[in-house]
Write a protein of this length. Structure first.
Length: 146
C-alpha cells in the first residue's frame, strides 16, 4: 500500500506538472510575452503538422482511455501493482498531456483553431485518467478495470 501511495503521488505530480506547463504556455502567449502567429505564412508546414497532430490526437485519446482495459496490461497491473501502475500510468498521462501541450504550442504558432480544439479535446479527457488514490487502487485490483 505504501508503494502504491508513492506511485500515486508521482503520477499526480506529473499530471499536475504537465497541466501547469500547458497553462504557462497559454499565459505566456496571451500576455504577449511570446509572439503568437509567427508561422502563419508557412502553410505547407502547418498542413503537415495539422495532419500529424490530428492522427496523433485521435490515436492517443483512444489508446489512453482504453489502455488499462487490455488483458495483458490489466494482469500486469494486478500482479505487479505499483511498478506496473507507474509504468503504464505514466505512459497514459504522456499519451494525453504531451499532445495537449504540442497542440497548444501549434495553436499559438499558427493561430489555427483546429490545434486549439484538439488541445481542448485532450483536456476534456484528463478527468478520466486523474491518478487519484481510489483510481489507483481500483486499477490494480482483480476486478474488471474501471
Amino acid at each position: 500500500m505504501k508503494d502504491l501511495k508513492k506511485t500515486q503521488q508521482i503520477l499526480m505530480t506529473v499530471f499536475a506538472g504537465l497541466l501547469a506547463l500547458t497553462l504557462i504556455v497559454v499565459v505566456l502567449y496571451e500576455t504577449d510575452i511570446l509572439s503568437a502567429g509567427r508561422n502563419t505564412l508557412d502553410k505547407n508546414a502547418e498542413f503537415m503538422q495539422l495532419t500529424i497532430m490530428e492522427l496523433a490526437t485521435l490515436g492517443c485519446v483512444v489508446l489512453a482511455l482504453r489502455l488499462f482495459k487490455f488483458k495483458e496490461i490489466h494482469q500486469s497491473l494486478v500482479n505487479d501493482k505499483a511498478p506496473a501502475l507507474l509504468k503504464f500510468g505514466m505512459f497514459r498521462l504522456m499519451l494525453l498531456e504531451l499532445p495537449m501541450l504540442s497542440n497548444t504550442l501549434f495553436y499559438y504558432m499558427y493561430m489555427n483553431t483546429a490545434f486549439g480544439y484538439m488541445a481542448i479535446i485532450l483536456l476534456i479527457c484528463l478527468p478520466f485518467v486523474v491518478p487519484t488514490m481510489n483510481r489507483c487502487i481500483a486499477e490494480t485490483t482483480e476486478d474488471d478495470p474501471v
